[in-house]
Design a protein. Structure first.
Length: 364
């Protein structure tokens, strides 16, 4: 079928709206009419080739929509269902079989290869193939072809166009706190970088009962929003050394930190801000090969660093949980969202890169 999609054809290139041909769904595939799709930092990381996703490609991995058709062997969803699309995993490695699909042995191949599992293409421009299947969806488009395994059925009681970011960015931030760090009530936490991921972490920290929630960001507007979402203290690194400030107000450093920027210097700060047995969740995606320096003694004496992928979340469980928290008024992630049409994708990206918008959601 013919679809409209935003295509990137060269490194650092702009998104070009093109008409493409999308395959019919195979046995375990699901054709979804996209009603909303969030723009995530990972989409831009791949556009700029910091992660070597093949080009030309259709990115987009925070899609939400309505099931249009399903493959012959699909049992999980049916036409008319509202769904959120998340990441893919192989389902058969030891991590997946152990309930830890974010750490699938083949996570990179299943989400960044640009092809189906059998290396076939699902998209073409009439003459040549276009890489799709990004995170098992490529949802910067009017329709997307997902796999049954990364399709999550959701309630019809919540605006569907809002829900796409739950499939990655919001899930990552909230899950880093709720699933990975799992702070006890009364704990202290510092979040470095208050974009969508960091602000989701702040909301999650409030939900689990952290009583000292520290936001660190260069943008004053984001710090003010962080305050409304649960932050108790805010620091701007351009005005104050956040590590010194955090130790000053806690007396010993925080119990937990979340690093959301992918910048080596900020990662160092997020570790140095911990108390002696504190735990840092490393969430920010850096270009492949990025190295960071730490004082080895800060780790030897008891601090812990945990890498986090997709908030250590099982989407079929965690996405409905986030929606439930939203409907209860406890997780107002809608305050992060600004809407654009699909043909405004480059304007939306520019606004995000300039810090004017936190989470842009495209409505094809």
């Amino acid at each position: 079928m013919k679809i409209q999609a935003a295509v990137v054809r060269e490194k650092n290139g702009s998104f070009q709206l093109e008409q493409l041909e999308l395959d019919d769904p195979r046995d375990y595939e699901v054709l979804v009419k996209i009603v909303g799709v969030g723009i995530c930092h990972t989409d831009l990381t791949c556009r700029d080739q910091y992660y070597p996703a093949p080009l030309p490609a259709v990115f987009g991995h925070e899609g939400s929509g309505i099931v249009e058709r399903v493959g012959a062997k699909v049992t999980k969803v049916c036409p008319g269902d509202h769904v959120v699309l998340s990441y893919r995993a192989c389902g058969h490695c030891s991590s997946c079989l152990g309930g830890d699909s974010p750490h699938c042995d083949e996570i990179f191949a299943y989400n960044f290869s640009g092809t189906r599992d059998d290396q076939s293409y699902s998209l073409n421009d009439g003459e040549n193939p276009v890489h799709g299947n990004f995170f098992g969806q490529s949802s910067f488009a009017s329709f997307a072809l997902a796999h049954e395994s990364n399709t999550v059925k959701v309630t019809k009681d919540v605006p569907l166009e809002l829900l796409g970011p739950l499939g990655c960015g919001i899930q990552t931030g909230a899950g880093a706190v709720i699933n990975t760090l799992a702070p006890k009530a009364g704990s202290s936490i510092a979040v470095f970088g208050c974009g969508a991921v960091g602000l989701a972490a702040i909301m999650a920290a409030k939900i689990v009962g952290c009583t000292k929630i520290i936001a660190v960001d260069l943008h004053q507007s984001r710090l003010e929003l962080a305050r409304t979402l649960g932050a108790t203290d805010m620091f701007c690194p351009g005005e104050i050394d956040p590590v010194q400030a955090i130790h000053a107000i806690t007396g010993r450093g925080v119990d937990f930190s979340v690093e959301c920027t992918g910048l080596p210097g900020v990662f160092r700060q997020s570790v140095d801000a911990l108390n002696v047995i504190g735990v840092c969740a490393l969430v920010g995606a850096a270009p492949l090969g990025t190295e960071a320096s730490l004082d080895m003694n800060t780790i030897m004496f008891g601090r812990t660093i945990k890498g986090v992928i997709e908030g250590d979340a099982i989407p079929d469980i965690f996405i409905p949980k986030m929606i439930d928290l939203y409907t209860r008024g406890m997780f107002p992630f809608d305050k992060l969202v600004s809407y654009y049409s699909l043909n405004e994708i480059n304007q939306a990206v520019s606004a995000m890169e300039q810090g004017k918008v936190i989470k842009a959601v495209l409505r094809p």
